[in-house]
Ligand binder design. Structure first.
Ligand SMILES: Nc1ncnc2c1ncn2[C@@H]1O[C@H](COP(=O)(O)OP(=O)(O)O)[C@@H](O)[C@H]1O
Ligand SMILES: [Mg+2]
Length: 396
């Protein structure tokens, strides 16, 4: 699990160290730096997956040089499958203070610290790596990693999902990309592979624990997905089918109906919210210990009770060993996580809240802590106080 993310001269962050937990909620005003945090992790993963952060070949030299070395042909790949951040000029923090600014990102996984520093090249979209900082044993008695974790954090190679705020909408068909949905188990940043994933993995069991919905027809992914979606729309069932003669798959819904089960309905005829949330449900239910899920606005297009239910789902995934980092504007999601703590679904220490405030070039943040009763120790001004503020005006 990633315990801490450090950002230096990166977008709105001159320097920030952000604690992360099994379930982290990034909240705050619009344009305050929340998505940038998710993008930093996606940028690292994208650079690694594309072969631009593979320092393993240089490990012997890196070790001889005290595990700090310049590396060639390596760097931050700013534009790729997961994120498109532009060029160096877009990414370098505007109010940098050094004469020769560099952009640095670092993650801590347990005792292991991994850092990457890139040179600033205003016009480039591959920022050359200047330095790497890998786990070492110099600090009193820590065990030196010997496997792949010697050079790469676990989140580079473990199961990973990143779902943008802008996801799939109801459509007649979705892509049938075997490598994405089956080979890599990746749902796509818009969840575009979720239907094909569901079709292929429909009979995978959801492991026992809070993720397993008690009202589902079985433990299988397809029934579990339907059960969690049933909390948004009672009784719904889901089918994902191959379309004969086309490299595409289709999605359909059924409902209990007044005179028995309805005929299958296409996504365009059942409203927006169900399809929009499907990739999130599939991501959480198919996650396993060690999976990292980055989520933007799981509440989008859901009614308030459904938003609370998304928090329950995310907390359940976190309780079963998945790390979920989500950006949200929903007080129902926040309260749903507080409730999950109170109900013992997750411990207070597993839920981390950050509230960001930005002014266009810089960000500061505060981190309210939740106790075992689900109570937060502080409510900074602007942090989900809108309901109270409005009610005060209505009553006053
Ligand atoms: N290179 C940069 N230097 C300073 N601030 C930046 C830079 N790039 C983006 N920003 C600021 O970051 C904020 C956008 O952050 P973002 O994470 O997209 O917001 P949100 O909180 O809505 O997800 C904006 O205030 C923008 O002005
Ligand atoms: Mg955002």
């Amino acid at each position: 699990m990633i315990d801490r993310l450090t950002l230096h001269n990166y977008k709105a962050f001159q320097h920030a160290e952000l604690q992360l937990g099994p379930l982290t909620l990034l909240t705050g005003l619009n344009s305050s730096g929340k998505s940038s945090v998710l993008q930093a992790l996606a940028l690292l993963r994208q650079s690694y997956e594309s072969g631009y952060l593979t320092v393993s070949a240089m490990l012997p030299e890196a070790r001889r040089a005290g595990l700090r070395t310049s590396v060639v042909n390596q760097g931050f790949l700013l534009n790729g499958e997961l994120v498109g951040l532009g060029t160096g000029e877009d990414v370098l923090h505007e109010d940098f203070t050094e004469d020769e600014p560099r952009i640095a990102l670092a993650v801590d996984e347990g005792p292991y610290h991994y850092g990457w520093t890139a040179d600033y090249e205003p016009e480039q979209n591959l920022l050359p790596l200047f330095d790497v900082d890998l786990p070492d044993t110099s600090e009193g008695g820590r065990e030196r990693p010997t496997g792949p974790e010697a050079v790469t954090p676990a989140f580079f190679t473990g199961p990973f999902q990143y779902l943008h705020a802008d996801r799939i909408s109801p459509a007649e068909f979705y892509p049938r990309d075997h490598r994405a949905a089956v080979g890599r188990g990746f749902l796509g940043v818009r969840g575009e592979h979720a239907v094909n994933f569901l079709r292929h993995h429909r009979e995978d069991p959801v492991p026992a624990g809070p993720l397993r919905h008690p009202k589902a027809a079985s433990d299988l992914l397809i029934d579990q997905t339907a059960a969690w979606m049933g909390d948004l729309c009672p009784g719904v069932d889901i089918q994902a089918d191959a379309i004969k003669g086309a490299d595409a798959v289709s999605l359909s819904y059924g409902f209990p109906g007044t005179l028995g089960p309805t005929k299958r309905r296409r996504p365009g005829n059942v409203g927006f919210g169900l399809t929009y949330v499907l990739p999130i449900v599939v991501a959480c239910l198919s996650a396993r210990p060690g999976t990292l899920i980055l989520l933007e606005n799981p509440e989008a297009h859901l009614h308030p009770q459904g938003q609370t239910q998304m928090a329950t789902l995310a907390a359940s995934a976190a309780a079963q060993g998945t790390q979920v980092i989500m950006e949200t504007h929903s007080d129902h999601v926040i309260n749903g996580v507080r409730l999950a703590v109170k109900q013992g679904r997750i411990t207070p220490g597993q839920a981390v809240f950050h509230y960001f405030r930005g002014d266009g070039t810089s960000v500061d943040f505060v981190s309210p802590q939740v106790d075992a009763d689900g109570m937060l120790d502080q409510w900074p001004s602007g942090f989900f106080d809108e309901l109270e503020n409005t009610l005060d005006q209505l009553i006053g």
